[in-house]
Ligand binder design. Structure first.
Ligand code: GTP
Length: 598
């Protein structure tokens, strides 16, 4: 197709502002779909994704649209993931577009995530078409929302389109605007081919599949191509587009979007942001902006039953094949035995992986408290990356410890500003700015250690603002602080999986809270159990789990066999998520207790 007739765009929206519903309507209007089920199958590949209502894997459809000018345009609607954990994927998806629909719920106004994604789009020089959604609702306030977009984003809203993705109002106008206001892709048909990889996934029959946007030249079926960042060559054995049904094609020219298959073993080889070129006549420079994604959050994953270790390894390998951002390596814990240290983009990513392991692979797991990656500078000047607090070098060898700092942007109605500021301050935040978006909406920016964000910051933010605050964050760098390791001991045995790195000022409170919490979680044993919090060899807090008064099974001995069996069965059930530490049984909850401390 003539690239003048191509339009590549995506939809930017805060969660629940109506992105999926609008995508649905656009598919309806362009006649791409006969039933909603089909769309659900295609745009939401994973069960978990549907249940959580977020899009994890970007997926793109090709649509034909005949405009008022009589021409038939080829539209590529590029779906972007909506959560901050997947920010880099969002930015690559946007790089594949010339324009974006900015969907704002007219009953809610601009939210933090909308903003972050709009700025990403503006960085990529995209044409932005504001869409004011949900105008069918009586509480919609088009004028106010328009003003907010202009004030906060500085975007000209004279061409904003009031719409209802639910009833269909404004959809025709949106499609015309896509054709009129979003520029056609520019690319050099005769140059060495360059295509941007902006998504990839694993298919058990085809191996890794990559979604690309061609910038220059042509990629053909049968061609030998090179992935420039990894330096690997593949023959393109299959190509296709989603209409939204997967449809085979034989070539993709400048501006076009589709998928490639080529006997690629694993998604680890398909780096998002990499450039595909010709292996024989390669382009000299790759497309700009490639960046290796690094996991930000690490946690240990251990099988409750050590017999499941190999099954767990298999399951982790399979998940890694489909998700290069998830990494793992073998790990041992004195308390938990053999398991794996796993890295994730963020907490949501971690929860998703954990859930899939338990649900799809039927594993019983103990997950330890997540930790960020610390930079530990030793006295000899060298630096060690610490993904596991248990592995922190002793203080006498350490010069300083640095931690990752995130810039938080919080949007909140003015009534809750005081409460939000207090929360940020308490979390070791450093205030950067307070800005009034309108008379009653405020944007607060703080630099805050990621470790403070991980510990239920989001829940707290929601509760101090009655659910009205929204947030977004990005890494800005590393900063040194007075950080120390806090250990927990059970009857003198260290629970290495519970060690955390904390700020010295918070160590006492954290240690005491944790000891109190564990006292409630650790079941009574035959004897007294001492729970201690310690910094080095110094115990800073202690609680005691009293001994059981009576032996439960004692009265069964020599008695009724079936009753005894029943009791043992019951105990086994209860034991499922227990782990022996020294001589004490510790339930799974204990390892996550640290997340639930105020
Ligand atoms: P995520 O996938 O979670 O990012 O959400 P989303 O932005 O895709 O929102 P989605 O399309 O799932 O819509 C969220 C809710 O708003 C759903 O219950 C929709 O039915 C509803 N909704 C979407 N558009 C409209 C609209 O124009 N009017 C009304 N009344 N409701 C709408």
């Amino acid at each position: 197709v003539d690239s003048k007739l191509i339009r590549n765009f995506s939809i930017i929206a805060h969660i629940d502002h109506g992105k999926s519903t609008l995508a649905d309507r656009i598919l309806d209007v362009t006649g791409a779909l006969t039933a909603r089920e089909q769309k659900e199958q295609f745009l939401d590949k994973m069960d978990i994704e549907r249940e959580r209502g977020i899009t994890i894997k970007a997926q793109t459809v090709r649509l034909d649209y005949t405009a008022k000018d009589g021409q038939t345009y080829r539209l590529h609607l590029i779906d972007t993931p909506g959560h901050v954990d997947f920010n880099y994927e969002v930015s690559r998806s946007l790089q594949a577009c010339e324009g974006a629909l900015l969907v704002v719920d007219a009953t809610q106004g601009v939210e933090a995530q909308t903003l972050a994604n709009v700025f990403l789009a503006l960085d990529n020089n995209l044409a932005i078409i504001p869409v004011l959604n949900k105008i069918d609702l009586p509480s919609a306030d088009v004028e106010r929302t328009t003003r907010e977009i202009e004030d906060v984003i500085g975007l000209d809203c004279s061409g904003a389109i009031p719409a209802s993705a639910k009833t269909g109002i404004g959809i025709a106008e949106i499609l015309e605007a896509v054709v009129e206001r979003i520029p056609a892709p520019k690319g050099d048909l005769n140059a060495a081919p360059r295509a941007l990889i902006f998504d990839s996934w694993y298919d058990s029959y085809r191996g890794a599949v990559v979604m690309v946007r061609v910038v220059d030249g042509i990629i053909r079926k049968g061609q030998k191509v090179r992935f420039m960042a990894t330096g690997r060559d593949y023959e393109v054995t299959e190509m296709g587009v989603f209409t939204p049904h997967a449809t085979a094609i034989t070539e993709l020219g400048p501006g076009e979007v589709g998928f490639l298959v080529g006997n690629i073993k694993s998604v680890v080889d398909t780096k998002i942001g990499d450039t595909v070129t010709d292996a024989v006549h390669p382009a000299t420079t790759p497309l700009p902006g490639f960046k290796e994604v690094k996991p930000m959050v690490f946690a240990g994953i251990f099988p409750t039953d050590s017999a499941q270790y190999e099954d767990l390894r298999d399951a982790l390998s399979k998940l890694h094949m489909n998700d290069a951002a998830f990494v793992f390596e073998p790990d041992t814990s004195e308390a938990l035995g053999f398991g794996f240290r796993c890295g994730f983009l963020g907490l949501l990513h971690m929860e998703i992986i954990q859930e899939r392991l338990e649900r799809e692979y039927n594993l019983d797991l103990i997950t330890t408290a997540p930790s960020v990656v610390y930079h530990c500078y030793l006295n000899d000047g060298s630096m060690k990356s610490i993904e596991n607090p248990a592995k922190l070098p002793p203080p006498n060898l350490t010069d300083r410890i640095e931690e990752p700092i995130f810039r938080m942007t919080v949007h909140v109605p003015s009534a809750y500003v005081g409460a939000v500021l207090a929360l940020c301050q308490e979390r070791r935040g450093e205030q950067k700015s307070i800005q009034y978006a309108s008379s009653d909406r405020v944007i607060i920016t703080y630099d805050m250690p990621l470790s403070e964000v991980l510990f239920d910051f989001h829940d707290k933010l929601k509760s101090v603002s009655r659910g009205y605050a929204s947030m977004d964050y990005e890494l800005v760098g590393y900063r040194a602080d007075d950080l120390i390791k806090l250990d927990m001991l059970v009857n003198g045995d260290p629970l290495d999986a519970l060690s955390v790195i904390v700020h010295r000022d918070k160590a006492y409170a954290r240690g005491r809270d944790l000891a109190v919490k564990l006292k409630d979680i650790v079941p009574r044993q035959q004897y007294e159990v001492a729970i201690q919090a310690a910094i080095g060899s110094k115990v800073i807090a202690r609680t005691t789990v009293k001994a059981m008064r009576k032996d439960v099974t004692a009265k069964c001995y020599g008695g009724d066999i079936s009753r005894k069996r029943k009791l043992l069965e019951k105990q086994k059930e209860g034991k499922k998520r227990m782990k022996m530490v020294g001589s004490v049984e510790i339930p799974q909850e204990a390892f996550l207790a640290i997340l639930k401390i105020d």
